[in-house]
Structures are given as structure tokens and as C-alpha cells.
Design a protein around this ligand. Structure first.
Ligand code: GLN
Length: 379
């Protein structure tokens, strides 16, 4: 058995959801919205199941979806991708795994930013990569030149960067992107950019892809997710965009990981990506309203809420409550209060921040209010 995987616990998201089910807790742990998702996109999928092609689609994805992804990023982010530079994957996680398997030789160094999504480190290790961590700290979670200088070396091959960042809910400012791009260029590294939250940004922010920075067009794998764009997280339709030389190698990993992705879902996503701008602004506004409702409720009850620039999440600083261990706090929260949250220390390998708890606010008002009632009197 492989040591890297056999020694892993069940993911914190699954473990927390399981605990929430057992205890009947309000589940604000695992990040998924509790709405049904857009009717028209789901109707397209249903139509494609009933009257469309349900055998293997082309390995790289339906041509209409590859074109729709390229057009979507041209329209929303000013990128000049061609359909040949897009590959459809079974969710962003497959794209990340495939990129790591395809780009890393054993012994290559991979720069990771903590807090990091829990899939990253085991995949980097299994691909033979040597992790080098940049540890980001609340409340700003900013990149610094010193930290990047310490993490990059002449062995750096890949930088795995998530922006907006789950779980810290930060959108990196342009200066940080420019700084990171300079380091990638200087060290001839490839940036694998997990940008699944690109449309879920608040307060008038616009997502800026790292690929758009000078020198990055040919050295970036940009990864997106229909699950996050359409609030349909179970669909697991993702895309990897990269220059042909890089994408060619990613395709080799993809062909032996999942090979293809459900064609009917791909057809529906191709349709959805062309939806008018008001769908995207409406989605942002809805999530922003939920963020504000939950954040206000927490503050009224005395909690210290950290800023949330994007994603489905907001974080609470539990240090003012006298808490020193977020895992212990979250366990007590679910069993004693009936509210599930995620301890942010689960996203660190080294130098963990242990006093932050992540809550998912992408829920109905009734669900958020129920959680708030249960948190009454805790502070
Ligand atoms: N992306 C989701 C989160 O951060 C979790 C997905 C999963 O459970 N693997 O909560």
C-alpha cells in the first residue's frame, strides 16, 4: 500500500459532514450551497440525457464546451485562449491532480501557500514533488517578498496557487499577483492556478487571473470549475487551460485518470457559460447578501469576524474567546451547539494558525438564522 495515502485520514470536509449528519447539526462545514442551481442549466443537462449522446465524449471535452470556456474567459477576464488550449476534466481536483502528475519529476520542488486546500499536499507528494511552504497569516494573508524568496529555489518547478483563497476568503491584490509572477518567471516555474472561486468575489471586486500577468501566458495552467460557477458542486465538471506544450502533457495524465466527463453535463455547462452578465452579478449579489447576513449576526453575538472578499466562506477568530485549538473548538461546536464549521489548521502542514474557524454562508436565510440562534450566548 502506498504510505502517503494509507496514512491519510478521511478529509476534514467528509468527516465534519458525517458528524453533522449524526448529530443533526446545521452543516456550515463542507462548502456547498443549498440551492438547486440555475433551472435552465439543469434543464439543458436533462435534455441532453434524454435526447443527446450518452457514450464517451472526446477525451479533451466536447468541442462546444472547449470553445465556450475560451469565449467565457475572453469576455469575463480578457484572456486570449483558443479552444485547443482548453481541456475538460472531472472537476477542478482532477485538473490539479493531472497537472501535478504531468509536470513534476520526482525531486522537483513545488511552492504551496498555506492555508491550502487539503487535496494539494498528498497529490504533490504522490507525484514525487518536494513541498516548499509559504505560510500566510490572518488577518491579511498577504504574500511577501521575503516569504517567496525563502520558498523558491533553483529546483522550483511548480507553484500551486489558489486565488481567491479557500479557506481564508482573501482575493489577492494586484501587487501580490505581480510579485508572484516575477518569481515564477525568474525561476522558470509553471503556475498551476486553482481559480475555482473566480466568479464568487464580493464588494465590486473583479477576478484577475495570474495568467494575465507579464510572462505568465505560456507558463500557467488556469483551472476553473462549473460546480462553483453554477452552484452545482456535485457535477464535477472542471477545465484546465494552458498553452499547447503544457496542455499536451496534462492530456496524457487526464487520459488515464478519468479520460472523459459526462457529456450531458458538459453540454449544459457549455450553454451556461454563455449566460448574460446579470446571471454572474446576480449570483455574486446573492452570496454577498448571505455573507452580510451571517457576518452581521455573528458580530451582533460578539464574534470576531475576519473579512471575506470571496468564496462561500467567512472566518471567525476564536482567540478572543480564549480558544487555543480550533479542532477542539469545532468538535465542541458541533456536539454541544449543533453547528458544524471547519478548523482552519486543517489547511496547514507547517506553522499552523490554530485559532480560526471557517463557516460556509452559502445557505438559505433560514439555515443561517438557525445556526446563529444556536450560537447565541457562546461569547
Ligand atoms: N471545496 C469544499 C470546501 O472547501 C469541499 C469539497 C470536498 O468536500 N472535497 O468545503
Amino acid at each position: 500500500m502506498n504510505r502517503i495515502f494509507s496514512s491519510l485520514p478521511t478529509t476534514v470536509f467528509e468527516a465534519m459532514s458525517q458528524l453533522a449528519r449524526e448529530t443533526g447539526a446545521v452543516n456550515l462545514g463542507q462548502g456547498f450551497p443549498d440551492g438547486a442551481g440555475p433551472d435552465d442549466v439543469r434543464a439543458k443537462a436533462a435534455e441532453a440525457v434524454v435526447s443527446g449522446w450518452n457514450q464517451y465524449p472526446p477525451m479533451m471535452g466536447l468541442p462546444e464546451l472547449r470553445q465556450a470556456v475560451a469565449d467565457h474567459y475572453a469576455h469575463h477576464q480578457g484572456l486570449d485562449l483558443s479552444a485547443d488550449e482548453v481541456m475538460v476534466t472531472s472537476g477542478a481536483t482532477e485538473a490539479i491532480a493531472g497537472a501535478l502528475f504531468a509536470l513534476i519529476e520526482p525531486g522537483d520542488e513545488v511552492v504551496l501557500f498555506e492555508p491550502m486546500y487539503d487535496a494539494y499536499l498528498p497529490l504533490v507528494r504522490r507525484a514525487g514533488g518536494v513541498p516548499r511552504f509559504v505560510s500566510l497569516k490572518p488577518p491579511h494573508w498577504r504574500l511577501t517578498e521575503e516569504a517567496l524568496t525563502a520558498a523558491f529555489s533553483d529546483k522550483t518547478r511548480v507553484v500551486l496557487f489558489n486565488n481567491p483563497l479557500n479557506p481564508s476568503a482573501v482575493v489577492f491584490p494586484d501587487e501580490d499577483l505581480a510579485l508572484l509572477a516575477q518569481f515564477c518567471v525568474k525561476h522558470d516555474a509553471i503556475a498551476v492556478c486553482d481559480e475555482v472561486w473566480e466568479h464568487v468575489v464580493f464588494d465590486g471586486r473583479r477576478h484577475r487571473p495570474l495568467m494575465a500577468e507579464p510572462g505568465m501566458r505560456e507558463r500557467t495552467v488556469k483551472i476553473g470549475s462549473a460546480g462553483k460557477i453554477f452552484s452545482l458542486t456535485g457535477w464535477k465538471v472542471g477545465f484546465a487551460c494552458a498553452a499547447p506544450d503544457i496542455l499536451k502533457v496534462l492530456a496524457k495524465a487526464h487520459q488515464f485518470l478519468t479520460f472523459t466527463t459526462a457529456p450531458n453535463l458538459q453540454a449544459a455547462v457549455a450553454y451556461g457559460l454563455g449566460k448574460p452578465d446579470d446571471y454572474f452579478t446576480g449570483m455574486r449579489a446573492d452570496f454577498e447578501r448571505s455573507r452580510d447576513r451571517f457576518s452581521r449576526g455573528l458580530m451582533e453575538r460578539g464574534f470576531t469576524v475576519l473579512p471575506s472578499h470571496g468564496t462561500y466562506f467567512l472566518n471567525v477568530d476564536i482567540a478572543p474567546l480564549g480558544e487555543v485549538d480550533d479542532v477542539d473548538f469545532c468538535k465542541r461546536l458541533v456536539t454541544e451547539r449543533g453547528v458544524a464549521a471547519i478548523p482552519v489548521s486543517a489547511f496547514y502542514a507547517e506553522g499552523a494558525v490554530r485559532t480560526v474557524a471557517r463557516f460556509c454562508f452559502a445557505k438559505t436565510d433560514a439555515t443561517l438564522d438557525r445556526a446563529l440562534e444556536r450560537l447565541e450566548g457562546l461569547v
